[in-house]
Design a protein around this ligand. Structure first.
Ligand SMILES: Cc1ncc(COP(=O)(O)O)c(C=O)c1O
Length: 380
C-alpha cells in the first residue's frame, strides 16, 4: 500500500526533534483543523488508524494557542484553570458550578460512576453491544454486569433495562451508542427517566453528541434538574479533537457530583488539557466544521459501500458498522496486514466491522484495501 501522504516524512520528523521541536509541534501548519499534516503514529509509519474513533482534524487553533501560552504554567497545579473551565462548562449548560466535575477523559467519569454506584450487591445494567469500559470499572468494585441486547434497530431496549434495574446501582446508556453509531430516541429516553426509581443512578454517555444529525435525538443535560439520579458524561476527545490530552466532564445535580468527587484524585486533569478544553468551547466553528466534514466523508463512504454491494448501519457518529455478511475477524486481521487498522471484533455483532470516519484520503486507503480483500475473498 502507498505510504499515507498525510504523515510527516521521517526526515521532517527527525528535524523536529531538538531545538525546533516545540515550535514544530505547535505550528498550525503541522497540527490543526485545516492542515494536512499529522505526526507519525505509534502504530507505525504509513498505518491508517481507523480503530479508535479519533478525530483526525485535531484541536482547534485557539486550543493550540492556549496550550502554547500555558507552557510557562507547567510548574503550577491546575486548580485555578480547572475552576475556570468548570465555570465555562456550567455557563454552557446553564447549571451551577457545583453541578460539574472534570474527568481525566470521560473514561474517568465512567470509572467514578462505577466506583460510586456499583458494588457486590449493586449491578451495572448496560446494552449489548455498547462501550464496555464501564463493565470493567464496575467489576473492580465487585459490581456485576447485566447486559441487555439492543433492539432490532440497534437502539437501547429501555423497557428491558428498566425491568433489569431492580438490583442495579447504575444504568449505563451510551447515546449515540458505540459501536453501532445509532441513537436511542429522545422520547424513549425521557419516558425511561420518568419511570426509573431515583434510587438507581443513570449515566448517559454523550461522547458522540455533536455528530448526531437527527431530530429524533437530544442531549439529556436539560433534564438534570428533574432527575437527581441522572449523570451526563461528555468528552473533549471526539469533536474537539483532543483524545491525547485527556479531558472530559460530567453534569448532574450537586448531590450526585459530590458522590463522584469522593472517589476522585485531586488535580486530575493536567493544565494543558484544561486550557485547551476551555478555549475549544469558544470555537463553535471548529465544531460545525468537524461535524460537516465528518458527515460528508461518511456519505462518501456510504456511496462507495453501496456500489460494492455492502449494507451498513446508518451512523450518527464519526464511525460506522459495515455488514460483511460473514465472520468479521479474518477481514479485520487482513486489513491490519494491509496497514489499515479498523475497530476490534464485537462478539454480539460478529459479522460487522467498525470503521472510524477519518480524512477522505484515509477512507480512500481503507476502500482500496477493502476492495482488494473482498475481491480476493479473504474469508474463503
Ligand atoms: C462511548 C464512549 N464513551 C467514553 C469514551 C472514553 O473517551 P475519553 O476517555 O477519551 O473521553 C469513549 C472512547 O472511545 C467512547 O466511545
Amino acid at each position: 500500500m502507498e505510504r499515507e501522504e498525510t504523515l510527516l516524512s521521517r526526515r521532517a520528523f527527525a528535524g523536529m526533534l531538538g531545538a525546533g521541536a516545540t515550535y514544530a509541534a505547535l505550528n498550525p501548519k503541522i497540527l490543526g483543523a485545516n492542515q494536512p499534516e499529522l505526526m507519525p503514529l505509534k502504530s507505525g509509519a504509513g498505518v491508517v488508524r481507523l480503530s479508535a474513533n479519533e478525530n483526525p482534524y485535531g484541536p482547534s487553533q485557539p486550543a493550540i494557542k492556549a496550550m502554547k501560552d500555558a507552557f510557562s504554567l507547567a510548574w503550577r497545579y491546575p486548580d485555578e484553570y480547572a475552576d475556570a473551565l468548570v465555570e465555562t462548562i456550567a455557563r454552557l449548560h446553564s447549571v451551577g458550578r457545583e453541578q460539574v466535575i472534570l474527568g481525566d477523559g470521560s473514561g474517568e467519569i465512567l470509572k467514578l460512576c462505577a466506583s460510586a454506584f456499583t458494588n457486590s450487591s449493586k449491578k451495572v445494567v448496560l446494552a449489548e453491544p455498547t462501550f464496555e469500559a464501564i463493565m470493567r470499572y464496575a467489576a473492580a468494585s465487585g459490581g456485576e454486569a447485566l447486559k441487555v441486547a439492543l433492539t432490532q434497530d440497534y437502539r437501547h431496549d429501555l423497557a428491558k433495562m428498566l425491568d433489569a434495574s431492580s438490583d442495579a446501582g447504575l444504568i449505563y446508556i451510551c447515546n449515540p451508542n458505540n459501536p453501532t453509531g445509532t441513537i436511542t430516541l429522545k422520547e424513549d429516553v425521557r419516558a425511561f427517566l420518568g419511570k426509573l426509581p431515583q434510587t438507581v443512578a443513570v449515566l448517559v454517555d454523550e461522547a458522540y453528541y455533536h455528530y448526531a444529525e437527527t431530530n429524533d435525538y437530544e442531549s439529556v443535560i436539560p433534564l438534570i434538574s428533574e432527575h437527581s439520579n441522572l449523570i451526563v458524561a461528555r468528552t473533549f476527545s471526539k469533536i474537539y479533537g483532543m483524545a491525547g490530552l485527556r479531558c472530559g466532564y460530567a453534569v448532574a445535580q450537586a448531590s450526585a457530583i459530590k458522590s463522584l468527587r469522593e472517589h476522585q484524585v485531586w488535580d486530575n486533569v493536567n493544565i494543558m488539557a484544561v486550557v485547551a478544553a476551555n478555549a475549544s468551547l469558544d470555537d463553535s466553528k471548529h465544531v460545525e466544521d468537524g461535524r460537516r466534514v465528518n458527515s460528508e466523508t461518511k456519505r462518501f463512504l456510504y456511496n462507495e459501500l453501496e456500489r460494492l454491494g455492502f449494507k451498513y448501519i446508518p451512523s450518527q457518529t464519526n464511525f460506522m458498522m459495515i455488514d460483511l455478511r460473514r465472520d468479521a475477524r479474518p477481514l479485520i486481521a487482513a486489513m491490519k496486514g494491509r496497514g489499515v487498522e479498523v475497530g476490534r471484533f464485537f462478539p454480539a455483532l460478529p459479522n460487522f466491522m467498525r470503521v472510524t470516519i477519518g480524512r477522505r484520503s484515509e477512507m480512500q486507503a481503507f476502500l482500496s484495501a477493502f476492495r482488494e480483500l473482498i475481491q480476493s475473498n479473504v474469508n474463503a
